[in-house]
Ligand binder design. Structure first.
Ligand code: ISE
Length: 357
């Protein structure tokens, strides 16, 4: 059982900075993965294929058959249907949470209580109060243990555009156009889910790209579209920039995420990782993926490698903290308010604790 920290006390050597070595060689980081659905199974694949220096110690899912299938295809050592057994296992050094959204915050709290670094799939929670509870627990523990899986920060194209901004090549950022299109709803997706589950990617990547908090959200939808009609949002940042976001969960033609950053001196357009143009039957063809995993395959690999490196060294990467997870959920809450009121909603944020400076 990992030591329990009352906050503030120093963590045992093994939990601070560089992890223990054996005979001068860094020991593999033993990963406990919770959730073997679409994202969990893909994280298992990413760790098995793309992240050296890690061992999939155990895969957990309420459906043991699903956990076993993911373990068999990735060489994970064990399976269970008990998430807390994963968190508290002495054979698990770090945890990946890829369970359904409502379990993200409770399991992140359990990881903090166990002193275990955790990569938590987005959103941290769809509930602002539950995000604040994670912030309070992490601050009390005295160590930044939580990274939230906003992997677009590690996508080469988003990174390229942000470096253009940081270098000043585009001048001041003015507008960020974002389009986020899924082929069809994964499950009971309504407008609220598009805002609280899908759009947090745009909320987070816009905050990161523009280096400014989001101050207000306006929402509208085409009356022609019915229940799964696209959700259009206009975000205004504290720095006075505008971010327009289209989230369309029933685009039908393909999984398609687009973006264009408009600066004073020029623009930069997001490019999907297309590796070949197909010429066939008097046509040139580009294909769209069926979902986000192929589109962000490089982003997930880079994110997970960066997370493992941070766990091993104690040095943070540019991934999203629990504070970032809270901020994107606060924006989503304002988005749902604006959806229902038909008026712009202000994003209410608590003061940023120095712990997250
Ligand atoms: C899903 O949870 C993701 O994170 C995908 O990146 C996003 O495109 C999809 O809409 C979400 O449901």
């Amino acid at each position: 059982m990992a030591a329990r920290f009352k906050g503030g006390e120093s963590l045992p050597r093994a939990r601070q900075g560089r992890r223990k070595c054996e005979g001068g060689k860094q020991m593999s980081l033993r990963i406990g993965l919770i959730g073997a659905g679409i994202m969990g199974a893909d994280h298992a694949r990413v760790f098995a294929e793309e992240v050296p220096g890690t061992a999939l110690q155990v895969i957990c899912d309420a459906d043991r058959k699903r956990a076993r299938a993911a373990a068999d295809s990735t060489g994970a050592l064990d399976v269970t249907d008990d998430p807390l057994a994963v968190v508290n296992s002495s054979k698990v050094d770090a945890v990946v949470i890829a369970a359904p959204d409502p379990f993200h915050a409770p399991l992140a709290l359990a990881c903090i209580a166990a002193g275990k670094p955790v990569l938590c799939e987005k959103p941290l929670s769809q509930d602002v109060a539950k995000c604040l509870a994670v912030l309070a627990a992490e601050e009390k523990c005295g160590r930044r243990l939580v990274q939230v899986g906003f992997m677009r920060r590690f996508d080469p194209s988003y990174m390229e555009i942000r470096s253009l901004l940081v270098r000043g090549d585009l001048g001041k950022a003015l507008v960020f156009h974002c389009f986020h299109r899924n082929v069809s709803p994964a499950y009971d997706f309504r407008a609220e889910m598009a805002i609280c589950n899908s759009a947090p990617h745009e909320f987070d990547v816009a905050r990161w790209m523009l280096d400014s908090e989001i101050r207000t959200v306006s929402v509208c939808r085409p009356r022609a579209g019915g229940d799964t009609a696209p959700v259009l949002m206009m975000l205004e940042t504290e720095a006075g920039q505008l971010v327009n976001v289209e989230v369309n969960i029933s685009a039908s033609y393909g999984y398609d995420v687009r973006g264009e950053l408009v600066g004073e001196k020029g623009t930069a357009v997001l490019r999907a990782p297309v590796h070949a143009d197909i010429n066939l039957g008097l046509k040139q063809i580009n294909t769209y993926p069926a979902d986000w995993r192929p589109r962000f395959v490089e982003a997930y690999a880079r994110q997970n490698r960066a997370w493992v490196k941070s766990v091993n060294t104690g040095n943070p990467n540019h991934g999203a903290s629990a504070w970032d997870g809270y901020c994107s959920t606060a924006v989503a809450a304002a988005g749902v308010e604006a959806l229902h009121s038909g008026k712009p909603a202000k994003v209410e944020l608590t003061a940023k604790p120095p712990f997250y400076a």
